[in-house]
Write a protein that binds this ligand. Structure first.
Ligand code: PMP
Length: 431
């Protein structure tokens, strides 16, 4: 494959954009080489500026659960744009959106729309602090909750990929209020709670982690967190920016059967437009201004075009539960095929999968937290990434990410991915 146009664009971008990209994970820093500059997309495919076609397994890091450029969503956006690009005033669509979200995610009784997952998590934590009158939060090592200051402590995703899980620029005061525990380690959480009596406002967690690669929690862990929060008046926040509307219409919480107090949403909720949301118990959400004293606002929040895209996406998912049956099958068929490929070569790498999320970790040990994820052979991952890319399969350019499958993946494309995987493994083993 030729990447000459991407290479010259990346060189040019570096002069005026830090690192040449507007979000760090887009740079291929962890895997080496030049990021591919994309131009268009349709269904299961993306096309780069050099004319190369790739089967997509990132899907804009989650939103494109129906594949790219779904005609219903594109039409809804075009239609909404002719009415207005932005009012900064209330619209009917925002109520329809809130009603649909509260219907699909039963633990959400009231919801506020924002413009990104980062805004959603920052705001949810602020409300939890306002509601409890406490300052500290507990998060889990390797979980990523956007780039709000409170979360850039032992953060996953790009933060760990680039070696900055604790970012400079976060004040000591903020850092002191974020306590961290290993994922899947209830005893560690109980110790933190005991050591900080009446000081913990919230525990925030990805109920299925995607940002240290895909990790599914043990059911005792999540039920244990619920119990600890109930016993100590702590707000339990599920960050479902990745998992919301992806693992089920009601998110990971309905799949795993544990109900949080607050939920943060993003990605799919905007159908590809910049949208986030946070919501939960009425009693807590009524602390948000103008109903209550906790301030949170946004010029473009509830933007009419973004709402049109999101509402069309959620309505489709609500009315087509077969989407989730198909995604279950796609996830299982694909990862079974990948495992067979590994077995054939006598490789014992670990694949974690749930529904349409999975990660192939280059380690033969089980991966259940950040430390175990870190045992992966990152050099091998990088070689595999490029071997797949050159065979027309676009993966996330870091080991510490989940992949996101879409309904646009046909059985024939799944077979093509499995074939590419087999060839790619053979290539990297021969090196
Ligand atoms: N929470 C989770 C679980 C995420 O995966 C992400 C982004 N990948 C965020 C929050 C932040 O969302 P955004 O990038 O839209 O700010």
């Amino acid at each position: 494959m030729q990447y000459t146009t991407s290479q010259s664009l990346f060189e040019r971008a570096g002069h005026t954009i830090p690192g040449g990209v507007n979000s760090p994970v887009r740079a291929f820093k962890a895997v080496g080489g030049t990021p591919v500059f994309l131009k268009s997309a349709e269904g299961p495919y993306v096309y780069d500026v050099d004319g190369n076609q790739y089967i997509e397994l990132i899907n804009s890091w989650g939103p494109m659960i129906l594949g790219h450029a779904h005609p219903l969503i594109v039409e809804a956006v075009q239609h909404a744009a002719t009415d207005s690009l932005s009012f900064g005033a209330p619209t009917r669509r925002e109520i329809e959106m809130a009603e649909l979200i509260t219907q699909m995610v039963p633990s959400v009784e009231k919801v506020r729309m924002v413009n990104s997952g980062t805004e959603a998590t920052m705001s949810a934590v602020r409300v939890a602090r306002g509601y409890t009158g406490r300052d500290k939060i507990i998060k889990f090592a390797g979980c990523y909750h956007g780039h709000g200051d409170s979360f850039l402590i032992a953060a996953g995703s790009g933060a760990v990929t680039f070696g900055t899980p604790d970012s400079p620029g976060v004040t000591k005061g903020v850092a002191q209020d974020t306590l961290t525990a290993p994922y899947n380690d209830l005893a560690a959480v109980e110790e933190l709670v005991a050591a900080n009596p009446d000081q913990i406002a919230a525990i925030i967690i990805e109920p299925v982690a995607g940002n240290m690669g895909c990790i599914v929690p043990s059911s005792e862990f999540l039920t244990g967190l619920r119990r600890v929060c109930d016993a100590h008046g702590i707000v339990l926040i599920f960050d479902e920016v990745m998992t919301g509307f992806r693992l089920a219409p009601g998110g990971a919480q309905t799949v795993l059967g544990v109900t949080p107090d607050l939920t943060t949403l993003g990605k799919i909720i905007g159908g590809g437009m910049p949208v986030g949301a946070y919501g939960g118990k009425k009693e807590i959400m009524d602390f948000v201004a103008p109903a209550g004293p906790v301030y949170q606002a946004g010029t473009l929040s509830g933007n009419p075009v973004a709402m049109a895209a999101g509402l069309t996406m959620l309505t489709y998912l609500h009315e087509h539960p077969e989407v989730y049956t198909r995604l279950e099958t796609v996830g299982k068929t694909l990862t079974d095929g990948l495992r067979q490929g590994l077995d054939k070569l006598g490789l014992r790498y670990t694949i974690n999968q749930i529904g349409s999320m999975y990660t192939l970790f280059f380690t033969d040990q089980p991966v259940y937290d950040f430390e175990t994820a870190r045992q992966s052979d990152l050099m091998a991952f990088g070689r595999y990434f490029h071997a797949m890319l050159s065979r027309g399969v676009y993966l996330a350019p870091s080991q510490f990410e989940s992949l996101f499958l879409s309904t646009a993946l046909t059985d024939e494309l799944i077979d093509r991915i499995i074939e590419a995987h087999q060839d790619a493994l053979e290539e990297i083993m021969a090196e």
